[in-house]
Design a protein around this ligand. Structure first.
Ligand code: FAD
Length: 133
């Protein structure tokens, strides 16, 4: 049973899914942010208004390329950030990243099984967790 204060609804399973929220610190810098308040960057992960500022993972949004705030992006952006910071410091070409459109999602459903989603594939089984771990 769930309630919003006045109404109650019966449910066998509740999935509480919330989006990431940008820390107010990001918009206080006076740098461009997207509608959710994340720092806008180029595909080189440099702030669109100041190339000496970079943002990756949940704090950044690549301008014109919407993608989910997920660990997979933070992990894949980190070597690009490292490469580009080195290029700024010692010279050399910068590199860009294009976030992947889709990625494997595995959700623990609390009954010993996991819900695995990838593209149009959906599997709900105990063995799915072995892929995650
Ligand atoms: C409940 C939950 C489940 C999730 N499950 C998944 C999943 O299964 N798969 C997936 O891909 N993604 C998942 N995510 C999303 C994933 O965790 C994030 O996208 C990822 O951690 C972003 O990495 P990040 O390095 O950008 O930020 P974070 O991992 O949030 O790291 C930011 C760090 O900065 C520190 N920090 C913040 N402010 C300051 C400050 N002022 N000074 C110093 N340090 C500071 C924080 O303490 C934190 O350690 C999940 C997120 C949540 C909340």
């Amino acid at each position: 049973m769930m309630s919003n204060g006045t109404d109650s609804l019966s449910a066998d399973c509740i999935i509480w899914s919330t989006g990431a929220v940008a820390t107010p610190v990001l918009s206080r810098r006076g740098l461009p942010v997207d509608e959710q308040g994340f720092l806008l960057t180029s595909s080189k992960l440099q702030c669109t208004a100041d190339p000496m500022v970079s943002a990756v993972g949940d704090s950044g949004s690549i301008s014109g390329i919407p993608f989910a705030k997920a660990g997979v992006h933070a992990v894949r952006q980190s070597p690009v950030l490292w490469h580009n910071l080195r290029s700024i410091l010692v010279g050399g070409p910068m590199t860009s990243i294009t976030p992947q459109h889709d990625f494997l999602k595995i959700l623990n459903t609390g009954d010993g099984r996991e819900l695995m989603l990838y593209k149009s594939l959906a599997i709900h089984a105990r063995w799915c967790w072995t892929i995650k771990t």
